[in-house]
Ligand binder design. Structure first.
Ligand code: FAD
Length: 483
C-alpha cells in the first residue's frame, strides 16, 4: 500500500518546501490561507484536510491580512474584508476552524508555536513578495511545509519555462485538461477543530481596517461586493444571461457582455475550477464556452506563467529583443501630445473615450478589457518615453483596478506596451513594431458615444459604483454584481 502522505506530496499541485514526516505529536494541520480566500473548491484546503484525515488530526485555517501588502489600498482591503465571513461559514461546513488574526496579531510563526501543528500547508502566489514570504517561512518553520497551486487549472510548475505566446502554451494546457479540469471535491475533516480557550482571534465581522495605516485615497467600491457568496451570484448571472452571447459581445464596452469575475478570481474568493466546470456544464453553445474558457484558462494561465518565470514581470526589462530594437529606434519620435501625470490621472486628455475609461476606473475600480488595451496603448503614445508609460500603467492599474496587482494586469500591460505574447506589426511612429490602437479603430468596433454617455451619467451620480452598463438584450441598466 503506498503511503497516503507520500501520495499527497507527489501531487503535481503540491510543492514540498520543507520536507520530512508530519509530527505525530502535532495537535492539528494548519492551512495558512493567503491567496485562495475561499472554503470551497480549494485544492490547498483539500490537501490540508486529506492529510489531517490520514493523521487523525483536526484542521485549522490561519488567515491574517496585513496592511503592508504591496500596492494595496482601502479599495482592495475593503473587498477582502467583505469576504471573511463567507470563509468562516464555509469552513464550518467542513468541520474546519478559522483563526482570523489581522495585523498586528498576524504573525504565523508565533501562532504555530501556540498550536504546534503536525504539518503546515499553504497556497501559492507567483508574485515576488508573496513568494518571498513563503520562502522565509520554509526556512524558519519546524514542521513540514507544503504549498498547493490552488488557483490555476493546470499546475503552473508543469509549464517548466516562460512561454512566448498563447499559441505555444495553448497545446500544453489543453493536453493536461482531462487530468486537471476535474472537480476538486470538498472533503470534510473527520475530526472537528475545537479552538483552545486561550487562543486569541478576532471576530470575522471586526472592523480591523479602521485602525490600520493604509492608503485611503482610493475609496471602497460600493456596488461590487466581495466574498464567495457574491462571486457565486455573479457567476450565475453570467451563466444565465451572458455566456451565450459572450463571443459577439465581449468586445463591446458599452454592453455588460463579460463575466465581471476578475476581482473574485484575483482574491481567490472563487476558483477557476468552479467557473470553468460551471461553464462546461451549462447549456450555452460550444463556441461560447470555448471563447470564454480560452480567456479563463489559456490567457489567464499564460499571464501566471509570465509572472512565475519572468522576474521582470512588472517592468520594461521583460521585453523581447525585437521589441527592444524597435522601441529604441523610435525613442526620439515626436509624440502627438504629451500629458503630465495630473492630466492623465484626472482623465483630462483630448480623447473622450480614454477620459471616460480612466475616470470610470478611478471611480468604480473597473475597466472593460478592450479599453484596458486602448488605455495602455495611449499611455505609450502620450508619455515622454516607454519607461514612463510603463511606470504609469503599472502604478495606476494596481492602484485603481479592484482586480489590480494581478498577473493578468502585468501581462496585459506588457502586451500593450512592449508586445509581450504578441508579434511585430507594421512600423508606426512612436510604437515602432508594437501593435497600436486608435480612436477611429475603436469607433469601428463599438458604440463609443454610448459608452462615453453611460460613463458621464454614472459619474453624475457622484458615488463609487460597480461596472454598470446597458444589457444588450433588455436595454436594462445592470451591474456586474447582479445584486
Ligand atoms: P471575462 O471576459 O469574463 O473573462 C473571464 C476571466 O478570464 C477574467 O476574469 C480573467 O481572469 C480572465 N481573462 C479575461 N481576459 C483576459 C486577458 N486578456 N488576459 C488574462 N486573463 C484574462 N485582468 C485582471 O484580472 N487584473 C488586472 O489588473 C488586469 N489589467 C489589465 C491591464 C491591461 C492593460 C490589459 C490589456 C488587460 C488587463 N487585464 C487584467 C485582463 C482583462 O482585461 C481582465 O481580466 C478582464 O477584463 C476582466 O473582466 P471579466 O472578468 O469580465 O473578463
Amino acid at each position: 500500500m503506498p503511503d497516503p502522505i507520500q501520495l499527497l506530496e507527489d501531487d503535481p499541485r503540491v510543492l514540498v518546501r520543507r520536507g520530512g514526516a508530519p509530527d505525530p505529536e502535532g495537535s492539528c494541520v494548519v492551512y495558512w490561507m493567503q491567496r485562495s480566500q475561499r472554503a470551497f473548491d480549494n485544492p490547498a484546503l483539500n490537501v490540508a484536510i486529506e492529510a489531517a484525515n490520514v493523521l487523525a488530526k483536526p484542521v485549522v485555517v490561519f488567515f491574517a491580512p496585513v496592511p503592508f501588502y504591496p500596492h494595496a489600498n482601502l479599495r482592495h482591503y475593503s473587498f477582502l474584508a467583505e469576504g471573511v465571513s463567507d470563509i468562516e461559514a464555509g469552513l464550518a461546513r467542513r468541520r474546519v476552524g478559522l483563526v482570523f488574526r489581522p495585523w498586528p496579531e498576524h504573525r504565523l510563526l508565533p501562532f504555530l508555536d501556540e498550536v504546534r501543528p503536525a504539518l503546515l500547508v499553504g497556497d501559492e502566489n507567483p508574485m515576488r513578495e508573496p513568494e518571498q514570504w513563503r520562502e522565509k517561512v520554509a526556512r524558519r518553520v519546524k514542521v513540514p511545509f507544503w504549498t498547493v497551486d490552488a488557483d490555476v487549472i493546470v499546475p503552473s510548475r508543469l509549464m517548466t519555462k516562460e512561454h512566448y505566446a498563447a499559441r505555444t502554451i495553448r497545446p500544453r494546457i489543453h493536453e493536461q485538461l482531462e487530468r486537471f479540469l476535474v472537480p476538486p471535491g470538498n472533503p470534510v475533516a473527520r475530526l472537528a477543530w475545537k479552538a483552545p480557550r486561550a487562543l486569541k482571534q478576532a471576530a470575522v465581522t471586526a472592523d480591523f481596517l479602521g485602525a490600520w495605516k493604509i492608503d485611503r485615497s482610493v475609496s471602497a467600491v460600493g456596488r461590487i461586493r466581495g466574498g464567495s457568496a457574491a462571486a457565486m451570484r455573479v457567476l450565475r448571472t453570467f451563466l444565465t444571461q451572458r455566456l451565450t452571447g459572450y463571443p459577439e459581445r465581449r468586445n463591446h464596452p458599452e454592453i455588460a457582455g463579460t463575466s465581471g469575475l476578475s476581482p473574485y478570481l484575483h482574491f481567490g474568493q472563487i476558483g477557476p475550477h468552479t467557473v470553468a466546470l460551471a461553464v462546461q456544464r451549462s447549456n450555452a453553445p460550444k463556441g461560447a464556452k470555448d471563447a470564454f474558457l480560452e480567456q479563463l484558462i489559456v490567457r489567464r494561465e499564460l499571464a501566471i506563467n509570465f509572472v512565475r518565470f519572468n522576474a521582470d514581470y512588472d517592468n520594461l526589462e521583460s521585453l523581447e529583443e525585437w521589441a527592444r530594437r524597435s522601441l529604441a529606434q523610435h525613442a526620439r519620435d515626436p509624440r502627438p501630445v504629451i500629458y503630465d501625470d495630473r492630466q492623465l490621472e484626472a482623465g483630462e486628455t483630448g480623447d473622450p473615450l480614454w477620459n471616460g475609461a480612466q475616470r470610470h476606473m478611478v471611480l468604480t475600480g473597473w475597466m472593460h478589457n478592450y479599453l484596458r488595451m486602448y488605455w495602455a496603448k495611449k499611455l505609450l503614445e502620450w508619455s515622454p518615453s516607454v519607461a514612463v508609460a510603463y511606470h504609469r500603467a503599472v502604478e495606476w492599474n494596481d492602484k485603481y483596478e479592484l482586480d489590480g496587482r494581478d498577473p493578468n494586469g502585468y501581462a496585459g500591460i506588457a502586451w500593450a506596451l512592449v508586445g509581450k505574447h504578441d508579434r511585430p506589426w507594421f512600423e508606426r511612429p512612436v510604437f515602432g513594431q508594437i501593435r497600436s490602437m486608435s480612436y477611429e479603430g475603436a469607433r469601428r468596433k463599438f458604440d463609443v458615444d454610448a459608452y462615453v454617455q453611460q460613463i458621464a451619467s454614472e459619474r453624475e451620480r457622484q458615488e463609487p459604483q460597480g461596472p454598470s452598463t446597458r444589457d444588450a438584450r433588455s436595454g436594462r441598466r445592470e451591474s456586474f454584481t447582479g445584486l
